[in-house]
Design a binder for this molecule. Structure first.
Ligand code: MN
Length: 133
């Protein structure tokens, strides 16, 4: 089974970057353009990791993360916050909202893929582990 990453991002250029990178690496990328859509998808979906843009129209990424972490069957899913402006103290706020990690824009490809692999497991390594069992 593919390792699923739910991407919550309203900027089409950033969304395309995330989808292209993750798909090329072997992940299954699921897209939500806003927090409300993400929460609807999460009623039936259990992704391995969530990439959450903080600046979203409507409900913010912070609120969305709080919702997810307050929902028993979703609270275990790692959330990586993505923000254009990481200021001093922001990391503490993201973590308080339930985010497990954060990335600042502009996105570094290496940092992004390392972070997703750390939280979701690398697709190839996961398959090898399954084969070994
Ligand atoms: Mn945004």
């Amino acid at each position: 089974m593919a390792v699923q990453v739910l991407i919550v991002e309203d900027n089409p250029t950033n969304m395309k970057l995330f989808v292209d990178l993750l798909t090329a690496t072997g992940y299954e990328a699921i897209q939500a353009r806003d927090a409300e859509t993400a929460l609807v998808l999460l009623e039936t979906l259990q992704p391995n990791v969530i990439i959450m843009d903080i600046q979203l129209p409507g409900m913010s990424g912070m609120e969305c993360a709080q919702h997810i972490k307050g929902t028993p069957h979703l609270s275990h899913i790692p959330i990586i916050a993505v923000t254009a402006f990481a200021l001093f103290g922001d990391e503490a706020r993201f973590r308080a909202a339930g985010c497990d990690d954060y990335l600042s824009k502009p996105i570094s490809v290496t940092v992004l893929l390392d972070m997703v692999a750390q939280h979701a497991g690398e697709p190839e390594k996961r398959n090898q582990n399954f084969a070994a069992v």
